[in-house]
Unconditional design. Structure first.
Length: 292
């Protein structure tokens, strides 16, 4: 056999080796990417391992592992900071509740001993105290919503029933504010896997928002696909401010009873239940749309 034949066999063998190494290299890169993704999406302290002696792949895995360690460190600092903030807000909320409740009791006691002129001023004070009580409740809810929920207890619930119950709880408030809600809830029972307490809080915050900012018209529609729309007339919004309506610290100006927390909490709770919430504003009508 000629030397060219042996050279051909050597070249063929080297090509086969390079081809095999290329396949192994690609497979290891794929495994590294998959491991990195799985570690990011799970609550684990695992690191990336490689089953090869390739120096470049080991170097890549080492860089990614260092980034994972740094990410975990930042996550722990974030959780610790959130916990401290949650504790501070909770303590403030509790510290405010007790004196405000006592003030409300004394105001109720002296109400009947006032003349008509004094009662006008009394009503202003009483309303302000009630606003503060509601704000402390919102602060408490906000503190609870700060914590990141990796798992929440869900069960199959009928959204229709929860919505009807929430609206019924606001019957006296609707009457007080001369609001005649137009309610159109689908006949089909919509069953979804949700946290019932969170769903109730979502509805309560959206309805409360409509009462604070809205006029007499209030329309509630629920469709068989799980979409729910709350529509009310309001003069306090425009296209620019609409973008901020779910912001945690946004407050609509020129509204006496506004604290800017309710819809922010509602959005967080919707997100935790894998739902969607959006706001639309057209012809002085604000529509909050939910989809689970």
């Amino acid at each position: 056999m000629s030397i060219w034949f042996y050279l051909f066999l050597i070249a063929l063998g080297l090509s086969a080796i390079l081809w095999i190494k290329s396949i192994i290299f690609k497979q290891e890169v794929k495994n590294i990417g998959k491991s990195y993704k799985n570690i990011l999406e799970s609550d684990t302290n695992n690191l990336i391992t490689v089953n090869t002696n390739n120096k470049e792949l080991k170097k890549l895995a080492n860089i990614l592992n260092n980034s994972l360690k740094e990410l975990r460190k930042l996550e722990l600092e974030f959780k610790h900071g959130n916990q401290e903030l949650k504790s501070s807000i909770t303590n403030i909320s509790h510290d405010l509740r007790t004196p405000l409740t006592a003030i409300k009791v004394y105001l109720d006691l002296i109400h009947n001993n006032l003349n008509n002129s004094q009662k006008e001023y009394f009503k202003i004070i009483d309303n302000r105290v009630q606003d503060l009580i509601e704000l402390t409740e919102q602060l408490f809810d906000f503190a609870k919503s700060i914590e990141i929920h990796h798992e929440i207890k869900k069960e199959n619930i009928c959204i229709n029933d929860v919505l009807e119950e929430s609206l019924a709880n606001f019957y006296s408030v609707f009457k007080e504010y001369n609001i005649n809600p137009q309610i159109n809830i689908c006949q089909e029972k919509v069953i979804k896997s949700l946290n019932e307490n969170m769903l109730k809080r979502i509805f309560e915050n959206i309805i409360s928002n409509a009462i604070k900012y809205g006029k007499n018209d209030f329309i509630i529609k629920m469709y068989s696909n799980g979409t729910i729309e709350f529509t009310n007339q309001t003069d306090y919004l425009d296209i620019t401010t609409l973008e901020k309506i779910f912001d945690r610290y946004y407050t609509v100006k020129n509204v006496k009873k506004a604290n800017g927390i309710g819809l922010s909490i509602a959005k967080q709770l919707v997100d935790l239940n894998n739902g969607k919430i959006e706001a639309k504003y057209k012809n002085d009508n604000l529509t909050i749309k939910l989809k689970f």
